[in-house]
Design a protein around this ligand. Structure first.
Ligand code: ADP
Length: 478
């Protein structure tokens, strides 16, 4: 025997939560990175603006004397020039890189003796990062450089603090979202659990249970509704099977009980040989009925079981109907029933010959059986746009309207007393004839219906579809 090893399945709830948490974590990380870079850029550009402003203000505070430049006295006074005395170191450089003058002092502040105009980031010896702006200056024919430097530590502190908050906050947010996601997934999947539990609780003997989902008609709602519909169909099918088995058992038991009773009575005392012959003859009739019944049951089972495997063949319906009528004629003649037929020639359909013979024999047999002496049975066939329609009309007792809907059910009979047929050796069968006819028509893709008026007669309409109907003339090409 081949064994299939399967890894233990991770519950859907867990998988959903993991997917959700992973994608949320990714989105949050991307967002955090974006935020960090944006803040870094904006802080740096703020620093740059500050440096530029300070450089510009320095120019306004220059003095030239003896071929060298210096800051005016007021520039070093925080009251006069507060901005210049903030956290900046401002060098005034000679063209050779030597320092003419300076505002602010920081031993770590870098100095670039031969600068180029613009803003740069520098790293000093002890690893501190500085931002520097260089601007050429000239006053009264003397030129040099203004060099403004600012340490980037405050910016870096702000960024690090943001990073710390994010490193601390993100995992918490992700864990919380994961827990929330787990509960949401559990909640969303609860109807599935219910469907599973209901399905597990159902066995073939109890198909009345339903999921009864009351939520919205979303994917789960539709799943639950589909499941309920399927259960209803199974329920109906099982119920039908149960009824069928019960009815079949009943049908078989009644004649068997009658047979047994008859045998018992006959054997209860010695009788002349003629009495035994009479008993055996009666018994033979009943055994014949039992044989017919079991044949019908077998036929029905075969019809339902083997349908898809049989190939349809062209059947000349005109010939078939005429032959069936001829076969029934002796039975009709015996009851002085007139059989009229109006069947156009050349009606060919795709179907199964033996089934179609059985169909029309059943309908004609009923018509003759239920029509009293001197009545009339009419068989009419006509081509219609939708296909072929065959009407079998009789002048029998008719069928009351309340019986019509169940007429084609298996074992359904209009006369309620099931035992009567055996007692009287009467006309009624087991109630399978019309059910078989109905199955045959259905197998051909057609419909079988009945119209009846009590006291007037009954008409059975067989409708066979056009798609499967081919006129003989057309198909032979002549
Ligand atoms: P059965 O073998 O008992 O005739 P059917 O399935 O052929 O069973 O018919 C079911 C019931 O329909 C019968 O019991 C009979 O009462 C009624 N029925 C069928 N055909 C006719 C008809 N042509 N006229 C009146 N009643 C009919």
């Amino acid at each position: 025997m081949r064994s299939v090893s399967r890894l233990p399945a991770i519950p859907l709830r867990v998988r959903l939560t993991l997917w959700y948490t992973a994608s949320l974590a990714l989105i949050l990380l991307l967002f955090a990175a974006f935020l960090y870079l944006q803040l870094q850029r904006s802080l740096l550009s703020q620093v740059d603006v500050g440096l530029e402003v300070v450089a510009a203000q320095s120019l306004a505070n220059l003095a030239a004397e003896e071929g060298r430049l210096s800051f005016q006295a007021g520039a070093r006074n925080p009251q006069v020039a507060p901005r210049l005395n903030d956290d900046f170191v401002i060098y005034l450089l000679a063209p050779d890189g030597s320092v003419w003058d300076q505002i602010g002092r920081d031993d770590d502040a870098p100095l670039v003796p031969s600068p180029t105009a613009g803003v740069v980031t520098l790293v000093s010896g002890d690893g501190e990062r500085w931002r520097m702006v260089n601007q050429p200056v000239g006053l009264d024919g003397t030129s040099g450089w203004v060099q403004v430097v600012q340490e980037l530590e405050p910016v870096e502190q702000t960024l690090q603090s943001l990073l710390r908050q994010m490193l601390f906050g993100l995992p918490i947010a992700i864990v919380l979202a994961g827990i929330g996601g787990f509960f949401l997934a559990a909640r969303a999947l609860r109807p599935i659990d219910r469907i599973t539990r209901t399905a597990q609780a159902i066995d073939a003997n109890d198909l009345h249970q339903r999921i009864g989902y009351t939520g919205p008609a979303d994917e789960l709602g539709r799943l639950a509704a589909t499941f309920d519909t399927m259960l209803a169909r199974l329920d109906t099918a099982f119920e039908r099977e149960r009824r069928f088995t019960g009815d079949a058992a009943h049908e078989l038991r009644t004649p068997l009980a009658a047979l047994k009773g008859r045998i018992g009575v006959t054997l209860s005392q010695p009788r002349p040989p003629s009495a035994y012959v009479e008993t055996l003859q009666e018994m033979e009739q009943q055994v014949d009925r039992l044989v017919r019944l079991s044949n019908d049951l077998l036929f029905m089972a075969r019809l339902e079981g083997s349908q898809p495997h049989q190939q349809p063949e062209p059947v000349d319906l005109s010939d078939l109907l005429a032959a069936t009528v001829d076969q029934m004629r002796p039975l009709a003649d015996a009851k002085s029933i007139r059989v009229a037929e109006a069947i156009p020639g050349g009606l060919v359909i795709q179907g199964q010959m033996d089934l179609l013979i059985r169909l029309f024999l059943n309908l004609l047999d009923n018509a003759v059986k239920y029509t009293p002496a001197n009545g009339q049975v009419t068989v009419q066939a006509q081509k219609q746009p939708q296909g072929v329609q065959i009407a079998i009309r009789d002048t029998g007792p008719g069928i009351a309207a309340d019986h019509l809907p169940r007429l084609f059910d298996r074992f359904y009979r209009v006369e309620d007393d099931r035992t009567r047929q055996w007692r009287d050796n009467g006309q009624g069968g087991a109630g399978l004839g019309l059910a078989i006819a109905h199955e045959i028509v259905r197998a051909h893709g057609g419909t079988l219906s009945a119209q009846s008026e009590v006291g007037q007669g009954t008409t059975f309409f067989v409708q066979l579809p056009a798609a499967k109907v081919v006129l003989k003339v057309a198909s032979s090409g002549s």
